[in-house]
Design a protein around this ligand. Structure first.
Ligand code: MG
Length: 367
């Protein structure tokens, strides 16, 4: 049983779905959202999409599916601790990356360049497009018809220009308001998850070693404690134990700092949460640690020649596919065109964004 506080999102008072539906006798509205996401095609494809490493480079690396599951686990834990709605946090976490292209950020950058003269491509906005339009699982509407609260959480950032076209959902970007507490939790849970699992994958791929990792103050502190306590520990265990302790430290910090902010403000509703500054945050010290992890990963991992080389290959594949479909739009799958008002370039971007790493590579070989 969830111990919900007054500021938690309440599925009984949801701002609703675009197409109204009869309530379910078994599940609350956020659980229904979560279930729809898990059964979607885009969710299954996350398994074969890169996080940092191309999905078939090795079975031991994270992909977007395992990343999303880790974000959901961290989000639920924080939501439970703070008395927020776990099911909403879970639904947002599981759907937050549905709009990602193949090949991680390299793929998104390449597709964005292809779309430069046609409105650009942004994975976060694309996640919303997937749940609002591109999934076709229901007879009476396109998309998954999710609640306002889940959609609000998916849309993390948005330009003014795009916000103006998104109605109630875009309003908060124009008024500088926050999303629900659950959405704020997922936002930081996402950072916590990728910061740690990228270090872990970097270590497994042998791009990062202990000497490099120990330049990170928090990692060093955890690592030293582990090897002092367990004198004969194996490297892999020492790595896992250090990462585990780091995550625990950071999540505990977030829960303590956020609980303090919440008890100072005492919000009595989700709308009050929305109208105030963000309540979910790290301490200054942990914020610094998080920034140094991100800077370290940018320089040592994402900037490593192996990863850069992969990014170049990804760009070649995306460019080739985009150019091919632009010349041969009749080769797009006939049942794919979701919205007749979309330009052919947008349809191509939707199609490419939905591909898995392997499918994109194989198709680029064929065309
Ligand atoms: Mg993510």
């Amino acid at each position: 049983m969830m111990n919900l506080k007054p500021y938690a999102a309440d599925p009984r008072y949801s701002k609703g779905r675009q197409f109204s539906e009869a309530p379910s006798p078994l599940r609350n509205e956020f659980q229904r959202d979560r279930d729809r996401i898990i059964h979607s095609t885009s969710f299954r494809r996350l398994q074969y999409k890169t996080q940092v490493f191309v999905s078939h480079e090795g079975d031991m690396f994270r992909n977007r599916l395992t990343h999303s599951l880790e974000v959901a686990q961290v989000s639920r834990g924080i939501a439970r601790t703070l008395g927020c709605h776990e099911d909403l946090a879970e639904a947002i976490a599981l759907s937050h990356d549905l709009g990602h292209t193949p090949f991680g950020h390299a793929g998104q950058d390449a597709l964005n360049l292809c779309m430069k003269a046609h409105g650009g491509f942004e994975h976060n906005l694309q996640s919303l497009r997937v749940v609002d339009l591109l999934e076709s699982r229901y007879a009476s509407f396109l998309g998954l018809n999710l609640t306002f609260e889940t959609r609000e959480g998916i849309l993390k950032h948005c330009s003014r220009k795009n916000a103006l076209q998104l109605g109630e959902l875009g309003q908060r970007f124009l008024e500088n308001h926050q999303p629900s507490m659950e959405a704020q939790i997922v936002n930081l849970a996402d950072e916590i998850a990728y910061c740690h699992h990228d270090l872990d994958d970097g270590f497994r791929s042998k791009i990062l070693n202990f000497d490099a990792l120990r330049e990170l103050p928090l990692f060093n502190k955890c690592y030293e404690h582990v090897v002092r306590t367990y004198k004969h520990i194996q490297d892999e265990q020492a790595m896992n134990e250090s990462i585990r302790r780091m995550m625990h430290w950071i999540i505990s910090d977030l829960c303590e700092v956020s609980a303090r902010k919440i008890s100072a403000l005492k919000p009595t509703s989700t709308d009050e949460v929305r109208q105030n500054a963000t309540l979910i945050s790290f301490s200054e010290a942990i914020l610094c640690e998080m920034q140094s992890i991100k800077k370290f990963s940018r320089e040592r991992l994402y900037g490593h020649s192996k990863i850069i080389e992969m990014s170049h290959k990804a760009k070649t594949v995306i460019d080739k596919l985009f150019a091919y479909f632009k010349l041969n739009p009749n080769q797009l799958p006939a049942d794919f065109c979701a919205d007749s008002s979309d330009t052919v370039e947008r349809k191509i971007a939707d199609y490419i964004a939905g591909m898995t790493d392997r499918f994109a590579i194989e198709l680029a070989h064929k065309v």
